[in-house]
Write a protein that binds this ligand. Structure first.
Ligand code: FMN
Length: 216
């Protein structure tokens, strides 16, 4: 059983990284082998619309034909049993690197049929972990939940299954006194970090373990 974590945050030790690592630890705790990738370490671009993946009888039909730093990661994700993606929300969406990764992973597998179909034919379990500076209420007011729900729908359509874990109101700066950010209450942020973030970490761990168990 192979579990893959893909972190779309530029920060390797912060909120998203911690939660993706917890989910992977959960998967490992029930016997999975795991590998973790940091997208910001890789040199790649998003889909370039070459349509090699859609060309009839083409050698790349159903696969991304672009060769770059993402190619080995796409191969491993395509072979994994449990796929855990993680991204902060930047301006209401996943980070640019995560978006580019998603284009390269999902577009080749998705068929332009009516209704759309998928060329992915293995049974896998997947999850997407999001971290947001906004509270859950603010996220709903600003429509971030719609973007998150759309991604879940896309992953279910292409990979067959997916679930979502959101960690809200995250602690963003190492030292709030050193940045100009008057809209944040540093004490409130520290309270959420101390009281809520550990619960989210526990949820991520349990989710990772459950995804592996569900495949047995
Ligand atoms: C460029 C940028 C844009 C952001 N945009 C949003 C946003 O639209 N909504 C939100 O809730 N948080 C936003 N945030 C906050 C991050 O999503 C939040 O702090 C997240 O937990 C950071 O993840 P990390 O700790 O893994 O880096 C933004 C942060 C940055 C740096």
């Amino acid at each position: 059983m192979k579990a893959i974590g893909v972190n779309g945050s530029p920060r390797k030790k912060w909120n998203t990284a911690t939660l993706v690592e917890k989910a992977i630890e959960g998967a490992v705790s029930v016997g999975a082998k795991a590998e973790l990738f940091y997208l910001y370490d890789l040199n790649y671009k998003g889909c370039i619309s070459c349509f090699a993946c859609k060309t009839k009888n083409g050698k790349s039909y159903g696969k991304c034909a672009v060769e770059d730093g993402l190619t080995p990661v796409l191969k491993k994700v395509n072979e994994a049993d449990v796929i855990i993606l993680g991204s902060p929300i930047y301006f209401g969406s996943v980070t640019g690197e995560m978006r580019s990764f998603m284009e390269r992973l999902f577009f080749p597998l998705m068929t332009y049929t009516d209704p759309p179909g998928s060329l992915f034919c293995r049974k896998v379990r997947t999850a997407f972990i999001y971290t947001l500076g906004a509270t859950e209420e603010m996220a709903r007011e600003r429509g971030f939940d719609k973007h998150i729900a759309l991604n879940e729908m896309l992953m279910k359509m292409v990979l067959g299954a997916s679930e979502t874990l959101c960690s809200y109101d995250t602690y963003q700066f190492e030292d709030y006194s050193k940045v100009y950010a008057p809209r944040f209450d540093a004490n409130q942020k520290a309270k959420v970090r101390a009281e809520v973030f550990p619960i989210d970490c526990e949820k991520a761990f349990k989710m990772g373990a459950r995804l592996v168990r569900e495949l047995r």
